[in-house]
Design a protein around this ligand. Structure first.
Ligand code: COA
Ligand code: MG
Length: 293
């Protein structure tokens, strides 16, 4: 997964449009983009959409962002949609790995009761929306075998911190939100799950989006969330290895093979050892996943 497009769960029109966006995954939202009055409608629209498209030939993976565990909504969200076999759930406003564990146990029971394969519903956690979560990031590591990704958000966090703004005059996030981003990246690596970069909300500014997504790919994120279909091509491109990157990775892997899988080799005057080989193998794996070869 390179791109995950948010779609409000109460909009059948946007749901249909999202299928054509080229996103690797959709995050159908039952939370902040759906008003309290529309929660029940959004659940039913989402369930019907899942039922209609779960069997599609090559659909984007369909994730559902449920409401957070402090609301009266989340249990109804999960009960109504789980039988329609979403790829997974996105848990917002987690306080710690304890919340991921709690949701996972609830899913164990519901899957058993619905006759679904145990553990089939995966989880992605929004790990930086609560200040307490930042203080307990390590608790997400090993919190559930269902956990496949971690992502971060600056909007709810900045409200919780009492901040007036979360960006400086240069448009970049200020240090509390850089900290949240970096902790998410490091924790996802420790947990061996996908690190997914947050949304770029100014959806008309594709140059700004390109800059942040290139920074994300450079630093180790493997995907980014989106709020608008126009953002998907930019995100997919940034997370797909370029031809130069691919050639370089192939040359490095060959250099090690030619040297009888030696620990260290020289290529074009550069010393290369194990981390270089691992990085190149990862680039080739990403290219295969993106349908390049
Ligand atoms: N998914 C699917 N379709 C979308 C979309 C999305 N996230 N965002 C926009 N579209 C559609 C619009 O419905 C419109 O369709 P049309 O041409 O058939 O009328 C088309 O793409 C162009 O949209 P545009 O006019 O540029 O934007 P908008 O003003 O209609 O929508 C937002 C702007 C922000 C309201 C919309 O992008 C959106 O709902 N984004 C997701 C919000 C969300 O889920 N937030 C929660 C997580 S941060
Ligand atoms: Mg939010």
């Amino acid at each position: 997964m390179r791109s995950l497009l948010f779609v409000p769960g109460d909009s059948p029109k946007k749901l249909d449009k999202a299928l054509q966006s080229g996103a690797d995954a959709l995050i159908i939202d039952l939370e902040d983009s759906v008003s309290a009055a529309n929660k029940e409608d959004a659940r039913k629209i989402t369930r019907d959409f899942l039922n209609e498209h779960a069997g599609d030939e090559a659909p984007p993976r369909l994730f559902i962002r449920i409401n957070d565990l402090e609301t009266p909504y989340w249990e109804s969200d999960v009960k109504l949609i789980l039988k329609s076999s979403p790829a997974g759930l996105v848990l917002p406003k987690a306080h710690s790995g304890e919340d991921v564990h709690h949701l996972s146990v609830a899913l164990d029971h519901l899957e058993a009761r619905a006759g679904l394969e145990s553990g089939s519903c995966k989880l992605i956690v929004l790990a930086t929306e609560r200040p307490m979560a930042l203080l307990q990031m390590a608790s997400f590591v090993g919190s559930s075998a269902r956990l496949i990704g971690m992502t971060w958000g600056a909007e709810d966090l900045s409200v919780a911190l009492g901040a007036r703004r979360n960006r400086g005059d240069d448009g970049n996030y200020t240090s509390p939100y850089r900290l949240a981003r970096d902790l998410c990246l490091v924790t996802a690596a420790a947990a061996e799950v996908d690190a997914i970069d947050t949304v770029y909300t100014n959806f008309r500014d594709l140059d700004g989006l390109r800059r942040t997504v290139e920074e994300a790919a450079r630093d180790g994120f493997s995907a980014k969330m989106a709020v608008h279909p126009s953002q998907i091509p930019v995100i997919n491109e940034a997370f797909t290895p370029s031809r130069d990157e691919l050639e370089q990775a192939r040359a490095i892997v060959s250099a090690f093979e030619d040297a009888g899988n030696a620990g260290v080799v020289a290529l074009d005057g550069e010393m290369l050892d194990r981390p270089h080989l691992l990085r190149s193998e990862r680039i080739l794996a990403r290219a295969r996943a993106a349908g390049l070869s």
